[in-house]
Structure formats: C-alpha cells, structure tokens
Design a protein around this ligand. Structure first.
Ligand SMILES: Nc1ccn([C@@H]2O[C@H](COP(=O)(O)O)[C@@H](O)[C@H]2O)c(=O)n1
Length: 598
C-alpha cells in the first residue's frame, strides 16, 4: 500500500474457487497503479498485486494447478501516475512491467494519441515480449510509413503444472477513434484471415480470447461463432473490458467470459476445472473421464490488503514479497517526483458522477455545467459574445471526494488533453437544439460511426436503467424471498456482522454471488451524454447568433448535429478557443474557488 492509503476495513468474504487452470485479470486500470488513496476498499497498489500474484502462484504450485495473469488494456489515461509527467508515463511503464502478465493486449486509450501509441509499440510491447498479443492491430512504422503488426497475432503455449495446451488471441473492439499511426482491423474482417482460420483449427485444450471488448459486443459474438464453426466443444475462455463494469457471460456450457471492472478496484478471478492437459494426477484423470464438461467459476476481488490476506491465508508480515514491496516503493517515489499530492484546494463536499441524480447539487455534471464551464470557457477576443459551451459527460472520469483536491485529483477527474474549440456566430435557432440532439440521438447518429453513447461515461454502456433506493429495496425484498446469501448478513445484529461497506453488489449471468466482498448496494443514476452552459447571454430575449464552444473530442458529433439542423459547417469552420486543456482549466478553477486548506 502507499503510505497515505487508508487501512482496509473488515467485511464478510467469499473465498476463491480453484480449478486446474486459474486466472487473475486486470482491465481498464487507467494508471491507478497506486490504488485508491481515498477509498479503503480499493487501497492496495500494484506492488500489493504483485505480492498477491506471487503468493497465489506459490499456492498454485503447491496444489499442482496453474495460474495465469491477463490484462486487457486501457492501462493509461486517468491518473496522475501516468498523466502527470511530460512526456506522459515517465515512471508508469517501468512500474507496470514489474508484474508478470502472461497475456496482455491493447485498449482504445493506448491509441487515442499518436505519442501514446508509439510508446505502446516501443516500450510496452517489448516489456511483455512474447506475451503481448495484437490480433487485429497494426502500427505504422514511422520510418517506412508501412503497417506492421503491433505485436504477435496469437500465442500457443502449454501450462507449467497441468500441461494444458492453450491458444491465446488478443483483440481490440472495432475502434475508429485511433490516431493515424495505428490501424485497427474490424474483428469481423480479422476472423476471415488465413492465419486466424489456421489457428482455430489447431488441436488445443483451451482457446483463450483476451480483448478490450465488451463481453456481449458483436466482436465476441463473431469470434465465438468462428471458433464454434470449427471446434464445437473445445473450451473457450474470454476476458473482456472497456465498459468498466464487473461482468460475466455464459456463451455455452464450455465458453464463458469475465470482465474485471475498472481503475484497480477489481481483480478478476476465473477458475476452470476439468480441462484436458498432459500432466493430470492419476485419480483426477479417472474422475475427469466421467465429467462431461469443465466447470467455470468466477469472483470479483476487491483490491485491498484485507482481501489479499484472506485469500492467501497470510498476514501483514507473511504476505508481502520483496518484489512487491520494492514496486510499492517505486510508486511512492514516482508520486513524490511528480508532486501528485500537491494540493490545489479543498473540495467542500462529495460530487458524484452517477451516485447522485443529474441535475442536482451533488452531481459532478451539474457542478461542471453551472459552476466550472461559465468561468473557464473564456477567450479574451470573444469577450461578451453570447456563447453556448458544451462538454460530453465522458470527459469527466471519476467522483470528487470531500477533502484535499490535489494535482493527482485533476488527472483522475479529467485526464484528457482535450481543449475547447469554437464555431463562431452560429445562428442561435440552430445552436440551441444541438444539446438535445446529442442527448437524445436519433437516426442522424445511428447511420454513422458516431453513436452518441460514446459521449457518456463508459459504465453507461452496460447499466441501462437507474438503480435507485426503490429498486434496491425491491431487490433486497426479492433476494430475501429467494433466501439469497446476503440477506441474513444485512439483517444480523452488529455484533455478529460488521456494518457492510457500500460497494459492488454484482448481478451477472453467473448469479449474484460473484463479489468476494459482501457490500451494501449503491445507487446509479444515468446521466445525459452532454451538458451545456449558456455564457454572456442577454438579460432578456434570445441572441441572434452564438459562439458554439465545445471540447475537441465531440467535434464530429457537433458537425453532424449542425448538418442535421440545416447548417453547412465543416472542419474548416472550427477554430481553437482555449490554449489550455480542460484539466489545466479545472486546476485553475479549484485554485480560485476552493483554495482553502482542508
Ligand atoms: N479525449 C477523450 C477520450 C475519451 N473520452 C471519453 O471516454 C470514453 C471511452 O472511455 P473508455 O475508458 O471506456 O475507453 C469515450 O467514449 C468518451 O466518452 C473523452 O471524453 N475524451
């Protein structure tokens, strides 16, 4: 743990089911390798995760089973540990590489910026040489201008203890927002290629598909169909990512998928019992002959030391490995060098992305729209011109907690290098309808690559309905009726069971027993795709024209919406509005408005 991390709190736990082949998964860690320094239940760091993996490997060796680690991308953008240096990731890549990851792939965030994609190719791929897979991704060699595979397309290997023959692929969803030094081939095209068709005809005990892909997205459906077209019953294990949720999919009795959340909150655990393999012990071989299909089990591990001790059966003294401790020290040194604890001000209260309703005084997006945008969206040359300022809600990435607002917090909230752009003097009659179009979509966006869901926080890709106190109460009632595991714990006296900590209460295709820690549930309110602030509007009546100002990420949607409104604007009409990034503007706002000590 980092020195300033809060101590984990004891909670009722579920143990990890072991199989012949076991996995630990990270995904969408977004630079949170220092762990959560304001949330005790996610307070373990990358060093602790290294100790955990090493202790679990020792356990696996003792049991004669195998343990593999996978990471499914989006390792960068979202935390000062990556975003706080120039160039970005100065300390990050060295920290990341200390974990022995067996199969690793790329996420969309590694590809938004050309410099990040180049670092991925030059640093991360060699750091995980032979284990980094890029089944549908090419890098444009800057010297030749020609595409080369980002990394090897697939990997075939045999596990150490059980001799299980694994064929692994590493995919990225059909992403189109990448910088022009990479080429993402749609998965549906890749599966037609000769190398892929030959690979899926190989005789193996398990197909392992890791990807920065949502479990129920069309890409995994295509991959599943392609493999099942050749091998009707070879077990397939999928690992997914991208939508930031804990999730599980059962494609058939022999093909399952796991997705391990986001931001180093969750370590995914997957175990498969009954796989073929050349090194089975005698009695188990007999048992396996009678077993028709393997069994798949999953857990979502809260990333904290209480859980790590619980799952390894070790304690403060016996748990940490030298390697893990050294990596925790590396992270602490990097944080100090980057001055991530430097305080800009003190947040007077919690502001929530999705735990509070929008609009409301506790909503992060109401704060952005009402307090921040009207102050930071300024261009001296356009002073006094009526302006509509728009930002997508996906541009903010995490809650603000009451207390110190540090350099780290600015990147946690707003990691992107997005600046504001302007289209000047847009007729107000057209400009005023843009927000509604972006929020309510409609046919104009359905026919393009620009689905408006890309504007909102990724969690909303999968959480399609509000989770309110009323729905939670109903769930609790339903669970009670069907005698679910959690209920007796919630209703026991404090003496028997500690107060439950609010956190994940996952319901997925595996049921409602996936979380390793039993939590009390939290609310989730969906938010609009974009918010808007009117600035310098006349006291009465509507302006004739407005400056339409927006974060650069949403430019394609803005141009499309304007066209729909009958306005003929193109890229040539878009100009720069601010020199500073939203992150820098936010930091300035905090200094000016919340500058007192906590
Ligand atoms: N410059 C950017 C880049 C991304 N976003 C938002 O993030 C979403 C993707 O996040 P994942 O972690 O799921 O990959 C994207 O859809 C945008 O909402 C942004 O706002 N600005």
């Amino acid at each position: 743990e980092q020195p300033s991390a809060p101590n984990p709190v004891a909670a009722p736990m579920r143990s990890l089911p072991w199989g012949d082949l076991n996995f630990l998964q990270t995904t969408d860690t977004h630079g949170w390798q220092a762990g959560h320094l304001q949330e005790a239940q996610y307070s373990a760091d990358w060093g602790d995760y290294i100790s955990f993996a090493e202790r679990m490997r020792e356990k696996a060796d003792t049991m004669g089973v195998d343990l593999l680690l996978v990471d499914t991308g989006d390792r960068i953008e979202g935390n000062g540990l990556y975003d706080g240096s120039t160039p970005k990731g100065e300390y990050f890549y060295d920290i990341m590489k200390e974990q022995h990851i067996d199969v690793i792939c790329t996420g969309n965030h590694e590809l938004y910026q050309a410099d990040a994609a180049a670092r991925e190719y030059d640093i991360t791929v060699p750091n995980f040489s032979g284990r980094y897979l890029a089944s549908n991704l090419d890098y444009i060699n800057p010297e030749t201008g020609k595409p080369v595979p980002m990394a090897q397309r697939y990997r075939k290997f045999t596990t150490k203890n059980r001799g299980i023959r694994v064929l692994a692929f590493g995919f990225l969803f059909d992403f189109t927002g990448n910088a022009n030094n990479t080429v993402v081939q749609p998965v549906e095209q890749t599966i037609k290629e000769d190398w892929f068709q030959e690979a899926i005809r190989e005789d193996v005990d398990l197909f392992l598909i890791i990807g920065h892909v949502t479990l129920r997205g069309p890409e995994y459906k295509a991959l599943y169909d392609a493999i099942r077209g050749q091998k009707w019953d070879t077990p397939i294990q999928f690992f997914g990512g991208h939508s930031h949720i804990r999730n599980y999919a059962k494609y058939d009795s022999n093909a399952h998928g796991l997705q391990a959340g986001r931001y180093m909150e969750t370590i995914g655990w997957m175990s498969i019992k009954g796989l073929g393999g050349s090194k089975k012990v005698e009695e188990e071989s007999r048992e396996l002959k009678t077993r028709s299909t393997p069994t798949f089990k999953r857990r979502y591990i809260d990333n904290n030391l209480f859980g790590y001790h619980y799952h390894t059966g070790l304690n403060d003294t016996t748990f940490p490995t030298e390697h893990g401790k050294n990596v925790s020290a590396m992270i602490n040194d990097a944080r100090k060098e980057l001055k991530l604890d430097h305080t800009f001000g003190c947040a007077p209260k919690d502001l929530w992305m999705s735990r509070a309703k929008y609009p409301s005084s506790d909503s992060l997006f109401s704060w952005l729209e009402k307090e921040v945008l009207p102050v930071v969206v300024v261009n001296e040359e356009r002073k006094g011109v009526p302006t509509l300022a728009l930002a997508n809600t996906g541009t903010l990435r995490f809650d603000v907690f009451k207390g110190a607002f540090t350099k780290d917090t600015t990147f946690i909230i707003s990691p992107f290098v997005s600046k504001f752009l302007v289209i000047k003097d847009v007729p107000y009659k057209s400009a005023k309808g843009i927000l509604d179009l972006l929020n309510n979509g409609g046919p104009v966006f359905e026919t393009s690559d620009f689905h408006t869901s890309q504007l909102a926080p990724p969690e909303q890709l999968s959480v399609l309905e509000d989770i309110t106190p009323a729905t939670l109460a109903q769930d609790h009632f339903d669970a009670f009726k069907s005698q679910q595991e959690q209920i007796p714990l919630i209703s026991r006296s404090e003496k028997d069971s500690p107060d439950l900590i609010p956190g994940y209460t996952t319901k997925d295709e595996g049921g409602s027993d996936g979380d390793d820690t039993i939590h009390s549930p939290i609310t989730f309110y969906r938010v609009p795709n974009c918010v808007q602030a009117p600035i310098s509007f006349p006291a009465e009546g509507d302006p004739e024209n407005v400056d339409l100002v927006f974060v650069d990420f949403i430019q394609p949607w803005i141009l499309m919406a304007l066209q729909f409104k009958g306005e003929k604007y193109g890229k040539q009409d878009v100009q720069s509005y601010t020199n500073s990034t939203l992150t820098e503007l936010l930091a300035g706002w905090i200094k000016d408005n919340w500058s007192h000590d906590c």
